[in-house]
Design a protein around this ligand. Structure first.
Ligand SMILES: [Cu+2]
Length: 480
């Protein structure tokens, strides 16, 4: 069945991605599912529920075990925020301080990181700042470990521009398996500047959390056991999920749609394309809207990155199928079916946001992401909690030079950055705007201008390949 499906996938691609498929663009090792996989484009695209505050400015969410139907006809145990995968979408408003109380009813400790958030260090989801389930006793504490019994309030000032953020588990040594089991969801920051734009909204704004998973015969998630050798490079699954559904299908009107694309995979990189042809008009990056839209035929997206794009489905005839594919693996991701004509008063604004300022850098620092023996290291060191590799000053900007021996999607907490150069040359068109995660490719040198604003204290930078992260590719920095 799988061979037939794969041939069909290749047919879907029509050769669009085959040229790239042979290149060494893959970051992880493939784990294959042990059950028959569904036909693509048969499961409707789910949209995660929008979380409701318990009172203005306060949300409460419980992390718990639940059984959900992912592969039709089977049940999968997920560890989810609110028992769902993805978790609920939090709609945050710039200028409205928000507290999210996270209760942990899972069998394991957790730490919740709001990815892209400009938050005080105590609410940043530090890997040893843990919420433990009631009655849990730590067997072997890490130095400096803090345990919150049962629940913790995370305080978010939401003093940052409109952007597609997401939240996920960040527990020391266990982020990869815990996110794989479902601990991730969207958090969208909105503001007045964005409200004034004529962007597609409502049903025409689709958050798309893309990730890969593998499944056991009984429908449970398949993931390597702690001591399975061979997954040093990262774990990739053979099923692509969008918002938790395998290769889903969505009916759309023949109008513009805003797609908030998130790669929530542990290790898999994608090169997104539309087939039979089509373009993405990028309006935003990880951490906010762009000063000018940029049009792309394809978009490379590494774990942790977001692309905010507009696709105009009026370019296709009613009844046609438009497939979002990954040109790296030559496999489909999901399908849009253009169902009907409709009025469209949306537009792509010529200037979605003000151009980002570029303050002069007060320092240049090098962070080298590399394998050292059996672990992944930064500047030669496996992670040492509490030992900062840098002490940037609040209110300043620095050039951080990121170097690499492999594909490492580098994520910096707190500080948003602009990509200045790749290998001394101008960055790619897809590097535009404010970012918090950048794919550093094998033997590449990426210069970014990072701004340290908002809060003093202990933060971190790390590889967002979650297996690399768990294998020690993290470092602290302290804003002073
Ligand atoms: Cu890495």
């Amino acid at each position: 069945m799988r061979a037939v499906s794969r041939r069909r996938f290749l047919g879907v691609l029509g050769g669009a991605g085959l040229a790239a498929a042979g290149c060494r663009e893959v970051a992880g090792q493939l784990l294959e599912s042990r059950l028959p996989l569904p036909e693509p484009f048969t499961v409707p695209l789910p949209i995660p529920e929008v979380a409701r505050p318990v009172r203005p400015g306060r949300y409460e969410v419980t992390q718990r075990v639940a059984k959900v139907e992912i592969i039709p006809g089977t049940r999968t145990e997920v560890w989810g925020y609110g028992g769902t995968f993805p978790g609920p979408t939090f709609e945050l408003r710039r200028g409205s301080r928000t507290t999210i109380g996270v209760r942990n009813e899972l069998p394991v400790p957790t730490s919740t990181h709001l990815h892209g958030g400009v938050n005080p260090p105590g609410s940043d989801g530090y890997p040893t700042d843990l919420v433990v389930p009631p009655g849990h006793h730590a067997h072997h504490g890490h130095p400096g470990e803090v345990l919150h019994q049962g629940a913790k309030d995370y305080h978010y000032p939401v003093d940052q521009r409109a952007a597609t953020l997401w939240y996920h588990d960040h527990r020391m040594d266990h982020t990869a398996p815990q996110v794989w089991r479902g601990l991730a969801g969207f958090a969208l920051v909105r503001d007045a500047e964005e409200d004034a734009l004529p962007l597609p909204g409502g049903e025409r704004e689709l958050p798309l959390l893309i990730c890969d998973r593998a499944f056991e015969e009984d429908g449970s998630f398949r993931y390597p056991r702690a001591h399975d050798a061979g997954y040093m490079e990262g774990v990739e699954g053979d099923v692509i999920l969008v918002n938790g559904a395998p290769w889903p299908v969505a009916e759309v009107s023949a109008t513009r749609h805003r797609l908030r694309l998130l790669n929530a995979s542990n290790a898999r990189r994608y090169r997104l394309r539309l087939t039979p042809g089509g373009r993405f008009t990028q309006i935003g990056s990880d951490a906010g809207l762009l000063a000018a839209p940029v049009t792309h035929d394809s978009i490379p997206i590494s774990p942790g990155e977001r692309y905010d794009v507009v696709v105009d489905f009026s370019a296709y005839s009613v009844g046609s199928a438009v497939t979002l594919v990954d040109a790296l693996a030559a496999l489909p991701i999901m399908r849009f079916v253009v169902a009907r004509r409709a009025a469209d008063d949306s537009a792509v604004p010529a200037r979605p946001a003000r151009p980002p300022e570029r303050p002069p850098a007060v320092a240049t620092r090098v962070f080298d992401f590399r394998r050292t023996g059996d672990v992944w290291t930064i500047n030669g060191h496996p992670y040492r909690p509490g030992v900062p590799l840098a002490r940037p000053r609040l209110g300043t900007a620095e050039v951080w030079r990121l170097t690499s021996d492999f594909h490492h999607p580098v994520h910096v907490h707190l500080a948003h950055f602009q990509v200045l150069a790749r290998n001394g040359r101008p960055p790619a068109a897809t590097d535009a705007g404010w970012k918090d995660t950048v794919d550093v490719r094998p033997y590449e040198v990426v210069d970014v201008l990072a701004r340290f604003e908002g809060h003093r204290g202990r933060y971190m930078l790390h590889c967002h390949n979650l297996e690399h992260e768990d294998m020690a590719m993290m470092a602290d920095f302290e804003v002073v």
